[in-house]
Design a binder for this molecule. Structure first.
Ligand code: PLP
Length: 462
């Protein structure tokens, strides 16, 4: 039996013949954590079912072929082969994406939508094809529902400032899960302050799931919007978004889903989710920084006032009054990130070219493998063990400062993130302010997990 990437055995004490022996690593007490002093817990839940790796299917997904497309995976850092486990912060870029961006600047530079010449037409074609790819990724046929923004942060701010200002009033409530990244919390606090509305937390259960009983109780006719992550950047939790959205809709509330950590890990369908808004950042799905997408249902976007004014978003302009362009341009003032969209188009085509089912299955196996391997490190405490979580492994090591530990790993070529992960309430729920996070992507391997775990075992003095 082999690991998901076909690796047999590991350097850190895993059984050479069978790195996935069910039950070989006992579930450590760290995984059945009952955290005291936390602010958001309800009564303790049954221990989560983790650490059972599914049988591997090494032939189903050719990770080495994928790795060949990512040049950065083949460089050294501090004298060691790079082990990139900071995918939650940003993913690496395949050469198809860097070539597309280079090609735009080297040979195809032009503005879009406003030129009569050939290159303007070509650039516009690429730009609108990027929009079509984003529409396909999200499962909508209507490209008018796909608004280009800088990233997930700008998408949420757009909704808060435009929809929120038009729809929130005194005493209205915005339900925001405790698992959210700050970018799906602070914009709501800002607009709530202005409109004298309230931001209300949806609490977590100890394993990092969103507490569904509490959620049902919090929904009232004061609820105007529910802000939910589709995959937590700190706990890895994947909430039951479709069910939560259906409940919110019964109360007439809109739902914004933050898909920043979701789109590159599993297929998304906004139609099935029935989300009113869905946001993601290109750079977390193999595309360049500075480009992202806000999906909004047409009827919701149509009713929203423009957020920013300027070129590209108007129909006619006069001192007597201005009329606006149709969707999505009405919400896209100014020159967009054209090279970024060229890169996004390439990235989404790259993703679509993978066997998504096999890729997701591979990541699931790798996540299960990494969870079990990490749990063998003495003194480790994993935060977030919800069933079905993505490959985000946030942890503490007894006696080690997270930032120092990340520095130690970096010296061995292992890139992880340490700190609050822009999710301070999520960490506060566990009674901590800082942790280390290793986040996996489809090009990571069990061998790389072994390098991480070996370095942690060394740090733990095992
Ligand atoms: N939402 C989640 C879950 C994230 O992980 C991040 C970034 O880490 C964001 C939103 C914000 O993304 P960006 O900084 O690209 O706008």
């Amino acid at each position: 039996m082999t690991t998901p990437d076909g690796h047999r055995g590991g350097p850190v004490g895993f059984p050479a013949a069978d790195p996935f022996p069910t039950g070989a690593f006992p579930i450590p007490s760290a995984l059945s954590h009952a955290v005291t002093g936390a602010r958001y817990w309800l009564p303790p839940q049954p221990a989560p079912a983790v650490a059972t790796a599914p049988a591997p299917h090494p032939a189903a997904f050719d990770v080495e072929a994928v790795r060949r497309d990512f040049p950065q995976l083949h460089r050294e850092v501090n004298g060691h082969p790079l082990v990139w486990l900071d995918n939650g912060a940003t993913t690496l870029k395949p050469r198809q994406v860097t070539e597309a961006v280079g090609e735009h600047y080297a040979r195809e530079t032009s503005n879009v939508h406003r030129g009569a010449h050939t290159l303007a037409k070509q650039a516009t074609e690429v730009y609108e094809e990027g929009r079509e790819e984003a529409a396909k990724l999200l499962g909508t046929r209507d490209t008018g529902e796909v608004v280009f923004v800088r990233g997930a942060t700008e998408a949420v701010n757009l909704v808060a400032q435009s929809w929120g200002r038009a729809n929130l009033g005194v005493g209205d409530e915005i339900l925001v899960s405790v698992a959210e990244h700050h970018s799906n919390l602070v914009p709501w606090q800002l607009i709530a302050g202005e409109r004298r509305a309230r931001v209300v937390p949806i609490p977590l259960l100890p394993d990092g799931q969103l507490d569904q009983d509490a959620y049902r109780d919090l929904l009232t006719n004061r609820t105007k919007l529910v802000a939910l992550t589709h995959a937590s950047n700190t706990l890895g939790t994947v909430p039951p978004v479709a069910e939560m959205t259906a409940l919110a809709h019964r109360w007439g509330a809109r739902v914004l889903v933050d898909g920043a950590q979701a789109v590159c890990h599993f297929p998304v369908d906004v139609t099935e989710l029935d989300a009113d808004f869905y946001a993601f950042s290109g750079h977390k799905v193999f595309a360049p920084t500075g480009i992202g997408v806000l999906f909004g249902k047409r009827e919701v976007l149509e009713a929203m006032p423009p957020w920013q004014g300027g070129g590209n978003m108007i129909d006619t302009v006069g001192f007597g009054g201005t009329s606006y362009a149709p969707l999505p341009h009405r919400l896209e003032a100014g020159t967009g990130h054209i090279a970024g969209v060229a890169g996004l188009r390439a990235a989404l085509r790259y993703l679509a070219g993978l066997d998504r089912e096999a890729a997701t299955g591979y990541e699931e196996q790798l996540t299960a493998y990494a969870t079990r391997a990490l749990s063998t490190v003495p003194g480790i405490r994993l935060l977030g063990t919800a069933p079905g979580k993505i490959g985000v492994l946030t942890f503490l090591l007894a006696g080690a400062d997270p930032v120092d530990l990340a520095g130690r790993l970096d010296r061995q070529g292992v890139a992880v993130r340490a700190g609050h992960h822009c999710a301070q309430p999520a960490l506060a729920a566990y009674g901590v302010t800082s942790a280390v996070r290793a986040s996996l992507a489809v090009y990571n391997t069990a061998r790389e997990v072994d390098v991480l775990v070996g370095a942690l075992q060394e740090a733990a003095g095992a």
